[in-house]
Design a protein around this ligand. Structure first.
Ligand code: ZN
Ligand code: ZN
Length: 297
């Protein structure tokens, strides 16, 4: 498929497949979901009826790409053996749920090394991924996407080099990818607001993880400026990323067919802000033929 895959994180209130209806109502052709409560380790088993509805409605509603986001509790970098083991179990549960819905990617924060060190933390994440890959051969087509982070505290994943170091320790590299969050990238120090800065970031991606490793984007503007290491999302064009930053990514054909998902604040009804942010993004695309049908102005 060519062209842009644009959408937003949508609520799964009621049932997971309701997110597809929300994505279609917003005119988008991509969606991100939690496949269970994002602040809990476990959840009820996948409802087979809902999974069937997902499989039927996704093509029917014109949603071409879906990604899930893992629970925030998971910390594969933890030096504590009990939390580490629980985190491996948590990510296994996330991969199994995604697979039941046919969702190919699960975005995961790499984790925080807390009282250990960057080096030890990186090794812990790689080892955890190797273990869960070995224990979950049936989910080989469901990838864990390590998210680029803002680099708050001891959080890992705030540079492409650090993500590459984690991936270097993973035996089956076909089972991992990367999700780049625009707010986190700016906060981590990547200034892609200028053409030169964007080109430099692209060169760094190529030199570290490689372009094909990037499997999705989170499109969020940032309340704080470049290098702040603070993770606060805001509406597209209303933060320090600004329209220029998004324009560079949206008009780079390298990202055709790679999902771009908003995680910007919702309004009281849950969708007015998404419509506005998606329209803003669509308006930045030079070639209207690359804009999803439902978002063409
Ligand atoms: Zn995230
Ligand atoms: Zn964030």
């Amino acid at each position: 498929m060519s062209g842009l895959l644009l959408g937003a994180h949508m609520s799964i209130s009621g049932r997971v497949s309701n997110a597809l209806d929300a994505a279609a109502a917003a005119g988008s052709n991509a969606v991100q979901v939690f496949t269970k409560n994002n602040r809990q380790w476990g959840g009820p088993p996948v409802d087979p009826g809902d999974a069937t509805r997902w499989h039927e409605q996704m093509p029917a509603l014109g949603v071409e790409y879906a990604v899930s986001h893992a629970t925030y509790l998971i910390n594969l970098a933890s030096p504590k053996d009990d939390l580490w083991a629980r985190s491996i179990g948590g990510q296994k549960d996330e991969l199994r749920r995604a697979q039941a819905y046919g969702i190919p990617h699960v975005v995961l924060h790499p984790g925080a090394y807390t009282e250990s060190s960057e080096e030890v933390g990186i090794a812990r994440v790689s080892a955890a991924l190797n273990r869960l890959h070995a224990e979950l051969p049936e989910c080989a087509d469901t990838l864990t996407l390590l998210e680029l982070t803002a680099g708050q505290g001891t959080s890992l994943g705030h540079s492409f080099g650090q993500l590459a170091a984690i991936i270097a320790g993973v035996e089956d590299k076909s089972r991992v990818g990367v999700c780049v969050d625009t707010c986190h990238a700016l906060a981590a120090g990547y200034d892609f607001r200028t053409a030169e800065g964007y080109a430099a970031m692209m060169e760094e991606i190529e030199a570290t993880i490689g372009l094909p490793t990037v499997k999705c984007w989170h499109f969020n503007d940032s309340k704080f400026d470049v290098g702040s290491h603070k993770d606060r999302h805001t509406h597209i064009g209303e933060g320090f990323v600004g329209l220029a930053g998004f324009r560079h990514i949206l008009n780079d054909l390298a990202w055709d067919g790679i999902g771009m998902l908003l995680e910007t604040p919702k309004d009281a009804d849950g969708d007015g802000n998404d419509a506005r942010n998606l329209a803003t993004l669509a308006g930045l695309v030079d070639d209207p033929a690359r804009v999803p049908l439902g978002l063409r102005q």
